[in-house]
Design a protein. Structure first.
Length: 56
């Protein structure tokens, strides 16, 4: 399995990161850690594709 990041998904991630930084005033180090954690969770779908959310 491979992960495909769409332009929309990357833009949404960027918007979320900017919101945390600019509006919520979360420290940069924490935002970087959050971003890394999110991307690592997505990458974990490569080895365990059934761990994601199921749509009905």
């Amino acid at each position: 399995m491979r992960i495909v990041y769409t332009e929309q998904s990357l833009e949404s991630l960027e918007e979320s990161i900017n919101f945390l930084l600019m509006v919520q005033k979360v420290p940069l180090e924490k935002v970087v850690a959050i971003r890394k954690h999110l991307l690592n969770r997505v990458d974990s779908l490569i080895t365990d594709p059934h761990s994601g959310q199921y749509e009905e």
